[in-house]
Structure formats: C-alpha cells, structure tokens
Write a protein that binds this ligand. Structure first.
Ligand code: PLP
Length: 838
C-alpha cells in the first residue's frame, strides 16, 4: 500500500474496490484512508474469505516480482558500458496520483509519468521534489462562476509516504541543512515509493525552523519571488543533499546523471559544483572551472516553455544576496551563469533557463517543434552558429498508458495480442483490428457512461456549493451523443473561450435536434491570474444557460481523479492554443490512446504526429497580426470542421447502428499513435540519447584526478587565444553558389595563432541561400588535415557534394575541437571569413 504501484495496477485497484466499494469511491480511491476507515467486521470477514486472501497473496507476489525482476533497462545496461548506475530527476512538481496533490498541470503529470515509466522499464531513477503542505489549490466556483481556491492542509502521516530515517538510529529522521540568506534552513525528507522508483520530497515544516522558514514548502507556486527562490534553493541544493543522505542510508548508488526538469530545479548544478570544490567522495578539491566541467558533463536540462513570460527569472541582486555566503562558490561566477548577456537580454535579471543551459552539457525541448522554437529563443547564447546548430535537441513527451488508458481497453489490447511488432510494453496497439466492431462501440459507450456519471455527480455537488438549484444536474449529458473534451490549465495562450467566439453558432451545434454535440470542460486558473479567472467565469456563465446546460458543462477542480475517466469518455479532444506556445501538450495523447480523435491547432506534439487518420488540424492563422482577427479565423475553422466533418462522420451509422468510419478511425488512432505517445518511449529516448552519453562524458571528465582541470584549462586557453584565429582567404573552383548535385571544391587559408591544428576543426558550411543572402539549414563538413604554409598560415582543401534542392551557398569556418565537447557550438566560438566592406 505504501508502494504506489497500485496507482496504475488495475488488479490491485480491484482488490481495494472489493474491500468496500462504497468507501473506495468515497475516499476517492485512497487506499490509506480506505484501510484506516473500513469497518473491523468487514476486515475480519475478508480475512476468513479464502478467495480474497488468495487474490491478495497473488497480488503481493506479483508486486514482489515487479520490484525485483530484470526489466528492459537491465538488458540495456548489460550491453551498454556507459549506462548510468543511477539518475537523479529533479522537478518542482510531481503528479503521481490525486492522493498526493503536488502538481498544477502538465509539467507535474509529465514528471509523474516519467517516474512510472522508468519504474516499469527498470531504469534506476531517484525523483526529487518538495512536499507542499497545502499542495496546489482545490477549485470550486461561486454563484457567479468565479473561481474559489481552497488549500486544505495535508498530513503527511496519513499519506502513502514514509519519513527518511537514519539507519543507524531508526527513530532519528534525516534532517537536511542548507544556507539560506544568512540563516540555516532545515528540511526533512519524505519518500514516496513509485513502483521501483523512490521519490524524495523535502519538507521544511519542522520545528528546527523559524516561522517563515517552516512555510518555505507551504504551497506550490504561491508567494513572491523571495519565497519562490527559497523553494528553488531547497529543491536544487537541498535535493542534492537529500539524495546523498538517501543513498547513504539505503546503499543506493549515487546518481551519475542529474536531470533538471525545467529551470526551477537548476540550483542543483550549483550544489554539485560546490561539492566538487570542497572535495567529495575522497577526491581532491577542484577550482571553480574544473568543478563546473564535472557538474556539466553529467547534467541534462529540459526546458518546458516557449512562452517568454513562462521563463523563470529573478532580480540579480536577490541572487547576489542569497548566494553571497555560499562558500566556496564565488558569487560573481554564480551570477554570470544566469546572466542574460546577449542582445535584448535584461542585465538586471538572473535567468534560470540560461543557467540551466550553462550548467548542462545536454539540453532538450519537449517536442520537435518546441526544440526548434527553443533553438530560436536561446540563439543568443550561441549567436555565431546557425539556429539549427544551437545545441538544444528534443525528446517528445509521452504519457503512461497504464495510468491513462481505460482498464477495459487495456484488457482488450492485452488479450487481443497478435504476434507482430505492434506489441510494445505488453499491449498490442493494433489489437483493436482483431476485435469485433460492435464490441468496440459498446466499450466506447461504456467509457462515455463512466464520464457522464462522474460529470453528473460533480455538477450536482457544485450546484449545491454555488447555491444553485440542482434539480437538473442528474440528467445532464447523454452517452449517445458525440462528446468533446477540453481540459487544461487556463493561461491565456490556451484560449479556453475560443469556442465561444460565436456563441449562437456553438448553441446551434449543441442543440441540433438530429445531430447534437456535447462538451465537457475543466481547468484551473493560477490564483493570481485574474484574466484566467474571467475566462472561466465566461465559460461557466455560458454553460449555466438553461437552453444549453444539459450539453455543455464546466466541471470544477480538474485533477488526476477527474482526468482518468474524462479522456476515455471523449470522442473528440479539443485543443486550440496560440501556436507555437504549447511546448508539447499531453492531454491529447491520453485521449488518443483511448480512441479519441484530436481536433487541434498543429502545435506541440500534434504538429509532429498529426495525420488525417487521427483527427483534424485547425488551421493556425499565425500570419495574422491582429489577435482578434486571428481568433475569429481560427474559431470559424473550428466550427466548420465540427459541422462538416465530425458530426457528419459520428452520426453516419450502418443498419446496425455502428458508425463504421468513426470506429475505423478509433482503431487507426490507437494503432498509429499508441507506440509513439507512450511515456516508455520517452524514457527510453532519454536513456539512450541523453542519460547514457551524459554518463560517458561524466566518466571521461572524472577519469583521472586531473582530467576535469585539464578540460577546464583547455577551454580557458582556447577562449583566450581565439582572437588569433582567422579565415584569411577562401578560394573556390565554382561560383559563389552552386546547383544541387554539384561538388563544391574549396581551398581556404586559415590562421591559427598559438592554437595547435588538433585543437580546431576547419569546416565547410553549406546551406540554402535565404532571402537576405544568409545560409539556412546548414550542414558542416570537416576538411581533411591542412598543410602548413609560410607566414603562420595553413591551407585546408576539401570537396563536398550537395544533395539539397535550391541553390546552395557555402562558407568556411573554424571551430574549437576536443573529444569532450558534445557539439561544435558548445563553446559558442567560431571564426568566419572577414566580410570585406565595399
Ligand atoms: C494531462 C494533464 C494535464 C496536461 O494537459 P496539457 O495537454 O499538457 O495541457 C494537466 N492536468 C491534468 C490533470 C492532466 O491529466
């Protein structure tokens, strides 16, 4: 029960349900409360029930196998010497279960799914977060539809958590200490066991702390910037210390890779630098530069937002104050790490994303489009390179299927397994092809009924809270009507109310006598976001109207408990963000796994995997400057797709009442997207593309007591001598541009100054010629070794054949070269031919 595997293990949940179905529903599926509250007679009865006890024994044995047997990672690690022994995964929020409300939205759910998938795959991750005593708020509505926030106090002792104790003295909880603005902050560590993965949660609400310090972990995303900074220092600095304690007490190997999930956790890099500077694990103390190399090599940073206002920044002076006495780190070096020292940067700000990139040798965005947008957004940090070369890659988010797919559908995908390669992680994503269509449709109807029942219950409760009559809520929605879902946080870019652009048109769709639609809406607005609350109110007031209220509902308090029946119950999942502000989006993936079609702007993941077989793309009017006009255009396209295509297809049934084309699309959606959108695919990607290379780098840079210092010294030397490097002359045997298929034959004269030839690489850089004569989509090709010429010049000569369309331009450049660099752009240094002014 303390192991949270029950969160996604259907059979264990069935056991809890069978103990006392009413209480299980009442406790909102919280086994800790269930077992605390169940009547003793009932327990005695069950203990005497042979069938029940055998089921429990089986579940216990199954869990023990799950926790100990070799899984995907064990085989992977056997074949990969550089697979890490352990990984630390830091995130400001974790959405593992509604029972632990430590998340506000997609970022937290993603982190929770990352841990669950890592557990299933056997990846040795240790999660690190904070335990917010009030979590994120619970949402209700007042009479007029205005959001109300409640922050119930959580008692960690009644949650599925255990306090980390020192094993030498089981009564003594481990207490972490860290410097905070001239004081010492203390925190205890709660451990949530997510299958095989421990999640450490730091909690400052202990008696060692003074009043305000006890409140550091009071709530998620509350308070001003001092408060937020204190939280982030606790998460990053305290988190590294908590991992050390956890590993010492439990004998777990220390992480070789540290993953910073979003900038908020970035201070972990500073703590690791501090450790290397003071000398840890019997190693000699390093200077700042060498310590930085050690820390960077094993750090992965994932950026999560393309919304500039979403980037976490602090006043520089605040950082100076908090890190003034963080010995032996020089505060000026700390400040330099977060400095926006590029064009259009603000010199008074300390930017957590910028620090994230400087402290991590490897970084990524969370969808292909978001990777591209991030490379543009942070181009200033590598401005001598083409946008495409900015060293930020992408790994597209995924969702944990056993958490998010309806148990009935999972059962089908498991039992209808063929023997093809469409089986992934135990389920055959193409399995629906082998299932009778009527069965599929009955199952989908069952999912809709689950949603309708949940919605009626919640609406009835909400009507009471709002002081409204509830005589109509018992029969809202209809399990035979095409059901749309729209649920997510409510920042303005997500445009909750776009569907209200033409209210009369929406009403006609909802109340069509022959072919109506129905919509289920949910979402919380950040407590300080008045604009978001206004949008919710607008939505609620529309849905309150008597002529539509049975077809469009706003359900308060969107959380995991609501989300689980919501996605399967929908036929169409709607998403209309302002492109390209949705970094990835994951709710549409969860809906798709349950056979829903997506109706979405091509943003985030949907830009990457959109296919007419899986749903519809709302055309994005990005070129239109006037936001009102843009909304009008996009809303009109939305209505048209619903009227002309969705409604038409859903209600096009055969003589048995089956919408054959719709069912076919369901089958294709699950088969086509299933394998792609899984969190297990995402975690494998992280392991193979980032964690393993980071481990290799980390081991190389710490191979000998001096290797980090040597790398740091080399970088210093290259930076210092770089002004001496130049490309003096480029000579070609063709024109300035060449046509596709041609070979480019170039010779260049390069001056290296005091640098040695093996410390640089001379490259031919070719790309399409853009409208301003710039090179686009460039590719670089190293020249063969050069030959010394008189006067300190070297000649490099090479040939490249082009395969690209359009006219090709090229140039020659010199970049630093070292086996421990992860990309040519890493140092941000390049020498290009001088442009001769006419
Ligand atoms: C999946 C999920 C989200 C994230 O949805 P987006 O599509 O990324 O906006 C937010 N909240 C809950 C409860 C979820 O389950």
């Amino acid at each position: 029960m303390l192991n949270l595997r029950w969160v996604w293990h259907a059979e264990t949940r069935e056991i809890f349900d069978s103990i006392d179905p009413e209480l299980w529903a009442q406790t909102r599926h919280d086994p800790v409360r269930l077992l605390a509250e169940v009547a003793p007679q009932r327990l005695a009865e069950l203990a005497a029930d042979r069938k029940f006890t055998r089921r429990v024994e089986l579940a216990v044995a199954e869990l023990s196998d799950y926790l100990t047997e070799d899984r995907w990672y064990q085989e992977y690690a056997a074949g990969n010497a550089d697979a890490p022994k352990s990984i630390g995964y830091f995130s400001p929020e974790f959405g593992v279960t509604e029972v632990l409300p430590q998340y506000s939205g997609g970022l937290g759910i993603l982190a929770g799914d990352h841990l669950k998938a890592a557990s299933d795959l056997g990846v040795p991750i240790i999660g690190v977060g904070l335990l917010y005593r009030h979590g994120y708020f619970e949402q209700s509505l007042n009479n007029s539809g205005w959001q109300q926030e409640r922050y119930p106090l959580l008692d960690p002792n009644s949650l599925p958590l255990r306090l980390l104790h020192d094993h030498a003295d089981q009564d003594k909880p481990v207490v972490i200490e860290l410097p905070l603005d001239g004081r010492t902050l203390y925190a205890q560590v709660w451990v949530a066991q997510v299958g095989r993965v421990p999640l450490l949660m730091l909690d400052s609400d202990i008696e060692f702390n003074s009043g305000t310090d006890r409140d550091v972990t009071d709530r998620l995303y509350g308070g001003g910037s001092d408060h937020r900074l204190a939280q982030e220092i606790l998460l990053g600095v305290g988190g590294v210390r908590a991992i050390r304690e956890f590993c010492r007490v439990t004998g777990t190997p220390l992480p070789e890779v540290f993953h910073t999930n979003e900038g908020h956790a970035g201070f972990l890099g500073l703590e690791r630098i501090r450790e290397y500077m003071t000398g840890v694990d019997g190693r000699p103390a390093l200077d700042f530069d060498a310590a930085l190399e050690e820390a960077r090599a094993g750090t992965v940073f994932t950026t999560h937002t393309p919304v500039p206002a979403g980037i976490d920044r602090f006043d520089r002076e605040l950082i100076r104050r908090y890190f003034a006495h963080y010995e032996p780190l020089p505060v000026d070096r700390v400040l330099a790490l977060g400095a926006e020292d590029y064009q259009d940067g603000d010199p008074t700000k300390f930017n957590m994303a910028v620090m994230g990139f400087r402290l991590a040798q490897r970084a990524n965005g969370v969808s292909e489009l978001h990777g591209e947008v991030s490379r543009e957004m942070f181009h200033g940090l590598w401005k001598l390179f083409d946008t495409a070369e900015v060293p930020i890659t992408s790994i597209t988010n995924g969702v944990h299927h056993e958490t998010w797919v309806h148990p009935a559908l999972l059962e089908v995908l498991e039992s209808a397994r063929g023997n093809g390669d469409t089986i992934l992680d135990g389920y055959d994503w193409a399995g629906l092809e082998r299932v009778d269509r009527a069965t599929i449709w009955t199952m989908k109807r069952r999912m809709r009924i689950d949603l309708v029942e949940m919605a009626r219950e919640r609406l009835t409760a909400s009507a009471v809270t709002r002081g409204l009559p509830s005589d109509w809520t018992a029969d809202v929605l209809d399990p035979d009507i095409v059901t749309f879902g729209f649920a997510r946080r409510v920042p303005s870019y997500k445009r909750l109310t776009l569907m209200l652009r033409d209210p009369e048109r929406l009403k006609r769709l909802l109340t069509d006598p022959e072919r109506p639609i129905q919509i289920v809406i949910a979402g919380k607005s950040h407590p300080d976001d008045e604009g978001g609350k206004r949008l919710i109110q607008q939505m609620v007031q529309f849905a309150d109207q008597e002529d539509v209220r049975h077809r469009i509902v706003f359900l308060p308090d969107y959380d995991i408990a609501m989300a689980r029946p919501l996605y399967p119950g929908c036929d169409v999942w709607m998403n209309n963000p302002l492109r390209p502000y949705e970094a990835c989006g994951t709710s549409g993936m969860k809906a798709a796994l349950n056979g829903a079609a997506n109706l979405s702007i091509r943003d985030g993941w949907w830009d990457e995997w959109y296919d007419p077989a899986f749903g519809w793309a709302i055309p994005s009017a990005e070129g239109v400057e006037d936001p009102n006009q843009r909304d009008d255009l996009e809303a009109r396209a939305l209505y048209e797709i619903i009227e002309n295509e969705i409604v038409e297809r859903f209600y096009d049934t055969d003589s048995h009442g089956l919408p054959q084309r719709w069912i076919q699309a369901m089958i294709e959606t699950v088969a086509g997207l299933g394998p792609k959108v899984l969190a297990s695919r995402m975690v494998r990607d992280y392991v193979q593309k980032l964690y393993t290379p980071a481990t290799a780098s980390s081991r190389r840079v710490s191979a000998t007591p001096t290797s980090a210092e040597e790398l740091a010294a080399w970088k210093r030397r290259v930076r210092e001598l770089w002004p001496q490097v130049s490309v003096d002359h480029v000579e070609s045997l063709g024109g300035e541009t060449v046509e596709v298929g041609a070979t480019i034959d170039v010779s260049a004269l390069v001056r290296l100054g005091e640098l040695r030839p093996e410390e640089i690489e001379v490259q031919m850089v070719a790309g399409r010629v853009g409208p301003d004569d710039e090179l686009l989509d460039i590719q670089s090709y190293p020249f063969p070794a050069g030959v010394d010429q008189p006067d300190g010049v070297r000649r490099y000569q090479g040939t490249v054949s082009t395969h690209r369309a359009g006219s090709i331009g090229y140039t020659v450049r010199v970049v630093p070269h070292h086996p421990d660099l992860a990309s040519d752009a890493e140092l941000g240094l390049a020498a290009l031919p001088k442009i001769s002014e006419p």
